[in-house]
Design a protein around this ligand. Structure first.
Ligand code: URA
Length: 186
């Protein structure tokens, strides 16, 4: 079945497609403008996201919002933010392969419906799943790769930037490249 956005969201909210459904508080489907030209994709909800049902609402999310603002982007206006998995992995462990593949259909359909021009992968898990299994964030951040007609870029995960603030200038440079590319495309 090819669901519209609301049908897809409703389906996700009652999903029991993998073991993460057993321990979640809320399904974290995604947030933002469904007509956005750019999508940001993280790894999976953490504790705050699980409690509030929205991606990137903890300290990492605040940093992400601040960096987005710097380049004229905002989850309230012109980006859509989602995760590889929609339910929190216990103790914030990395999502496992079977969980990523069980949840993959939701993300695929979100991408099909939103039709972003650019996808930004936040961190290794999303970049390895969506760009290249061997993606190295420290070496390849900020580069654009074309996949199925969509430009993809990997950059630092906000949680990694909180642990290692020295990478913040590089992350901001990546977002400035994104801004330039968006201007080129419109
Ligand atoms: N980390 C992620 O990858 N996604 C979130 O939504 C929150 C933290």
């Amino acid at each position: 079945m090819t669901e519209n956005f609301e049908q897809l969201r409703q389906k996700a909210l009652s999903c029991q497609g993998c073991k993460l459904s057993k321990t979640r508080t809320n399904v974290v489907f995604g947030v933002g403008n469904e007509q956005a030209k750019v999508m940001f994709i993280g790894e999976g909800p953490g504790e705050n996201e699980d409690l509030q049902g929205e991606p990137f609402v903890g300290r990492g999310g605040q940093l992400l919002d601040k960096m987005l603002k710097h380049v004229g982007l905002s989850r309230k206006e012109n980006v859509y933010i989602a995760n590889m998995v929609k339910c929190r992995p216990p103790q914030n462990r990395d999502p496992e392969k079977d969980e990523i593949s069980a949840c993959g259909g939701y993300l695929e359909r979100q991408i099909e419906l939103i039709q972003p021009k650019i996808i930004v992968c936040l961190g290794r898990i999303a970049a390895c799943a969506l760009i290249d299994q061997k993606f190295k964030v420290t070496k390849q951040h900020g580069e654009f790769f074309e996949k199925n007609g969509i430009l993809m870029m990997g950059t630092f995960h906000p949680a990694a930037l909180l642990r290692n603030p020295y990478s913040k200038p590089d992350a901001l440079t990546d977002l400035l490249k994104l801004k330039e590319k968006l201007a080129e495309l419109s």
